[in-house]
Design a protein around this ligand. Sequence first.
Ligand code: PAF
Length: 289
Amino acid sequence: MKTVRTVADLRAALQPPRRAGRTIGLVPTMGALHDGHLELIRRARAGCDEVVVSLFVNPAQFNDPGDLDAYPRDERRDADLAAQAGADLLFAPPVGEVYPPGFATKVVVSGPLTETLEGAHRGPEHFHGVTTVVTKLLCMCLPDVAFFGQKDAQQALVVRRLVRDLDLPVHIETVPTVREDDGLARSSRNVHLQGADRDRAVALSRALRAAEGAVAAGERDAAAVRERALAAMTHFDVEPEYLALVDPETLEPVAEVDGEPVLVAVAAHVGSTRLIDNTLLTPSPGAPR
Ligand code: PAF
């Protein structure tokens, strides 16, 4: 696997495969690769001829400078893991290559998609940082397919809207969340979970399983489903920042789980680590009421 650091080198490296008609897959990451990322890379490997992994800790999407400083960075390790998972090219630009002096453009998806849930708690600027850098990465690499994790369901939705609204010629593939054996969603932030906090972190996935269980048992009232999920979190002494049942396309709150898919999204601090998770409820028409 080759590593390139400039847009010019990235384009030069991709010119021969593009001319040969080979499909290009991009897996955008901020490094600190874990099994969730490796699954994205494996999917890209399975579906595309040429696999590019980008590694860029994007300052524009961090609202807390402390969080940006604390973000785990180990390029050597990430490069080894990306290569093992099947990447052909690592694009690891310095900040000045992505945001050169005088950089003045922002790409903004406005409205509820970026203002609710993560947008309400981290501020919509977080998503403006994501959409700006993702637009840039897509323009730099011009992939046929770009891969995003379902764990960041809102981010994947925002990126789909961006691509649709700007007619960007790329297919967005969303890949299911990879979990630890006890259900904790894989995240680069999990390395910060120590001791009892690691045990308590299971509260988020338990809440989602409780919501699924309630619906499987026939509960249709969204508030009642939420109560069951909340109780599962309280059991671990974890309080959600938000725990919401929403329409998976608009992120509008829903009152009922009535046959249409419903996204349950949760965020919580466990100790000083902020975690998010989600699941899609899809009650089948024959399920008990
Ligand atoms: O999900 C992430 O790691 C980041 O938000 C992304 C998509 C790489 C943009 O910086």
